[in-house]
Write a protein of this length. Structure first.
Length: 482
């Protein structure tokens, strides 16, 4: 390591963000670049621990201590080369990853962990700034054809790996634009779409072909792909939303989070939403049901749209400030977190459950009734129960957004027609080589994992790409992190 005592000299500094009053007035990315001299000090905090658990913490197996040291020494070119060995899109993960690596950092045992994610982002931003990131088209073509279904991070990473291995790759996407949840789920203020678009341009120059408006199993029969391609990678995500079947669910103004987030992302792309279909928080009392990241994305969106008030409800208890004794290092720490959207306002209510939505005479939601919940242990299991004898709480509500997670991949259409096997949890089953129960048809990302993280989607797709390459050619030099 360049600075052996760095971890004793320098404290952890967080990624800088734009001030709240400024950022809630626009849709631009909330993060600001890290000053280079400060970032070097942060890299110097990496302490040559001997067994870097951060490698295991990162599903991609990013070689984190190497690039921490390279950044400390100002060797940015070497740093981006090292980063790209394990990660196709460090710009996506450096911006959006919750950084399980930091939860596993050895320094985190008794101090704040190294600010790994910020260093990753700075390396890739620096590389784009220097025009170092170039297309890497294959030198030799194999003559084999692969269809990738879905253009989220899994589809993109799988397509790039397979193209670089010399295959002809076509990505089919049912939406009108490519990018999956990076395009229509994740808000512009978390990651601007230009970050995605420059990677798509890189991939197109490498020879990956994108077909938007191609809904496999609906306007494009899966049989056509099976006939015309040597292998198929299913990377269709897991976007079937979990519903809340309580009285009043049918009222106007109660929507799934993804309907709301997609609409705002379309506006940010310059589209106009037809008047009758508009979902906006402007001037409204907004209630977000679900305390996770999707809910936080709705929160940030609602503030930017000018909501009158925003509550975010969570059925589980408020997490502890520090790791609980049954959640030791190097596990992912289940602790209370404040995202950029939470810094911007709104109130979070924990241990509450929605009983019903109440409407006005016109059939529009006007309030929501909730009850308090307690967690009890029964036969060794934790159970959530309504606290008896408490009065229901009523909150004003003109817009309710359901952000309670996803139940798995959508089965109708492509998956039913293919006849793939499913796991007990409702995801697409695969073997250890990432092949589904249908020979020659592989899967990666949320479709086989359930709704997860970008870093997992990229890692799984890289591993699936290796298996596909092996299946097509008998051997593969592609890396497989999992
Ligand atoms: C609102 C929201 C915010 C999130 N924020 C974060 C975050 O900050 N950090 C993070 O790490 N993770 C985040 N996640 C999770 C992350 O986005 C997903 O885990 C990741 O996108 C999964 O990648 P994927 O490629 O498997 O699927 P997706 O990104 O879901 O992409 C699947 C694509 O397949 C397409 N498709 C599906 N079926 C077909 C078909 N039959 N034919 C053609 N196309 C099809 C879909 O239209 C979609 O474009 C978030 C998720 C949501 C919902
Ligand atoms: S991809 Fe995520 S887990 Fe891996 S090094 Fe980057 S921030 Fe950490």
């Amino acid at each position: 390591m360049g600075k052996i005592t760095g971890f004793m000299e320098f404290h952890r500094v967080k990624q800088p963000y734009r001030p709240v009053p400024e950022r809630v007035r626009d849709w631009k990315q909330v993060m600001r670049p890290f000053p280079e001299d400060e970032l070097k000090k942060q890299g110097a905090r990496c302490m040559d621990c001997g067994i870097p658990f951060c490698h295991q913490g990162c599903p991609l197996g990013n070689i984190i201590p190497d690039w921490n040291d390279l950044v400390y020494r100002g060797l940015w070119r070497e740093a981006i080369d090292r980063l790209h060995v394990t990660n196709n899109f460090p710009d996506f993960t450096g911006t959006l990853c919750p950084a399980p690596c930091e939860g596993a950092c050895v320094l985190g045992i008794n101090d704040d962990p190294v600010t790994i994610k910020a260093i990753e982002l700075a390396i890739v931003d620096h590389a784009w700034g220097q025009d170092w990131i170039k297309p890497e088209p294959p030198k030799v073509l194999t003559g084999k054809k692969v269809a990738v279904v879905g253009s989220g991070p899994a589809g993109l990473a799988g397509a790039q790996q397979l193209r670089r291995a010399g295959h002809e790759v076509i990505v089919f996407e049912r939406d009108d634009r490519v990018g999956g949840l990076l395009r229509y789920g994740i808000p512009e203020f978390k990651m601007e779409k230009k970050v995605l678009d420059r990677r798509l341009r890189q991939m197109e120059t490498e020879g990956v072909v994108f077909r938007a408006n191609a809904h496999v199993g609906v306007n494009l029969p899966i049989e056509e792909l099976r006939k015309n391609f040597d292998a198929i990678l299913l990377a269709g995500g897991a976007c079937a939303p979990r519903d809340l079947p309580v009285p009043g669910r049918e009222l106007q103004g109660v929507h799934f989070a993804m309907e709301y987030l997609t609409q705002q992302n379309r506006r940010c792309e310059g589209e106009t939403v037809p008047a009758g279909r508009e979902i906006t928080a402007k001037g409204k009392h907004v209630i977000i049901i679900g305390g996770g990241d999707t809910g936080a994305d709705c929160l940030g969106t609602a503030h930017r749209q000018g909501a009158a008030s925003v509550h975010q409800l969570e059925i589980m208890p408020r997490p502890p400030e520090h790791r609980a004794s049954d959640n030791p290092w190097p596990q992912w720490p289940f602790i209370y977190r404040v995202s950029s959207a939470h810094e911007e306002g709104g109130e979070r209510l924990y241990s509450v459950s929605t009983k019903r939505f109440i409407g006005d005479d016109g059939g529009r939601v006007k309030s929501l009734e909730l009850v308090e919940i307690e967690m009890i242990r029964e036969h060794g299991r934790s159970i959530l129960n309504e606290i008896p004898g408490r009065e229901p709480i009523k909150l004003p509500c003109d817009l309710a957004l359901l952000a309670m997670g996803f139940t798995g991949p959508e089965r109708q259409g492509m998956l039913e027609q293919l006849g793939v096997k499913f796991t007990d949890r409702g995801n697409v089953w695969r073997n250890e080589n990432w092949m589904t129960s249908v020979p020659g048809v592989f899967t990666a990302g949320d479709m086989q994992h359930g709704q997860s993280l970008i870093v997992w989607a990229i890692a799984e797709a890289r591993s699936a790409a290796k298996s596909i390459d092996q299946y097509l050619t008998g051997a593969s030099d592609l890396p497989a992190p999992l």
